[in-house]
Ligand binder design. Sequence first.
Ligand SMILES: C[S@@+](CC[C@H](N)C(=O)[O-])C[C@H]1O[C@@H](n2cnc3c(N)ncnc32)[C@H](O)[C@@H]1O
Length: 235
Amino acid sequence: MPSPTGKPAFNPRMHQGGKLSFRARTDKSDEDPGDRLVFGGQDPAPLEELVPASFRDIEIEIGPGKGGFLLAATERQPAVFFLGIEAAPGYASLAASKLHSLRRQNGLLLIDNGKLYLEDRVPAASLRAVHVYYPDPWPKRRHAGRRFFTPEVPAMLARVLRDDGYLYVATDNAAYAGQIARVLGTAPELVRDRAEEERLLADGQGVAFSPTNFERKYQEEGRILRRYAFAKARQ
Ligand SMILES: C[S@@+](CC[C@H](N)C(=O)[O-])C[C@H]1O[C@@H](n2cnc3c(N)ncnc32)[C@H](O)[C@@H]1O
């Protein structure tokens, strides 16, 4: 968050796994995020401290932006806890304020680097799902390391997913879809489940894929949207 100089405070976590510190926009929102926003800082709380013990099913969304999916999912599935991990404080705060005003107790926003959080703050086999919708495609070659779906990610995801867990991904970007297909499609830890994709697309909003703010924008622009479901492979 902003330092006394008005500039975002330096956070080394945001420099790892994606150089995200440039995204540390200040929060100009007048909305109150109340108790639905947690600052990760340099030593974020582990998952078990963020999720009330009464929830048996936990799902994480990486990069929820303005929170369209979190809002719908927390309403449709009140028994499931949804943690949104967002690198941009302004977006995290905006999404948290919406949850707060609706008194949703099964959703929370954490400001952190989602990739690092999965790696070092989430216990093994603890998540029913990980959602990643319209991740930044970083089209320039020199920025490719900032993408979420790099080669180490399948093993990282397989560690945190339960045996019945799923990864859900959506992208509008053909080149990034190619990288996702290569990285996830060839990983022994994950297996694409087309029947699950069809089932969820028929199931409507708030379960997986939809709605998100970028989805709406891209649909209006007539772009082709690609949606994938990957199950954790049986060992
Ligand atoms: C293109 S936006 C998509 C937002 C939202 N998923 C949607 O579909 O409307 C990508 C979001 O991911 C966030 N982001 C990018 N890398 C991240 C990371 N490693 N951890 C957490 N958030 C990240 C960005 O700040 C941004 O809000």
